[in-house]
Design a protein. Structure first.
Length: 116
């Protein structure tokens, strides 16, 4: 008798989402603003949250946090004059996520950048 089913996102689906985020090549979109990037990727993020997060949203968290790492790379390339410091880039995104959590769909879910 099989009793090991959970309605969480499968590892295979999680991998596909991470691959899609990689294909967006956010770190190369330095000519775009953060608002433009959010407008482009939010429909997909919202769709993943609605589909895969219908029953167990917590299992989707690590996958969506992967998008934050791509945003971090974007900040480091976009604002080169401030230095390519990961710490400064993370501080900038933390500030944006704190003041505008509605910017990205996964930030509304509570998966923004947190201090500490």
């Amino acid at each position: 008798m099989f009793v090991g089913f959970t309605p969480a996102i499968s590892p295979r689906s999680a991998k596909k989402i991470r691959q899609q985020a990689r294909r967006w090549r956010l770190h190369l979109r330095t000519s775009q603003s953060l608002n433009d990037i959010a407008r482009a990727v939010n429909p997909a993020i919202r769709g993943w949250m609605n589909y895969y997060g219908a029953y167990q949203r917590s299992s989707l968290g690590p996958v969506l946090l992967h998008i934050n790492s791509h945003l971090l790379k974007w900040v480091k390339r976009k604002y080169k004059k401030r230095g390519r410091s990961t710490k400064r880039a993370k501080a900038l995104l933390e500030s944006v996520a704190y003041h505008r959590p509605e910017l990205f769909a996964h930030w509304q879910f509570g998966l923004g950048f947190t201090a500490g």
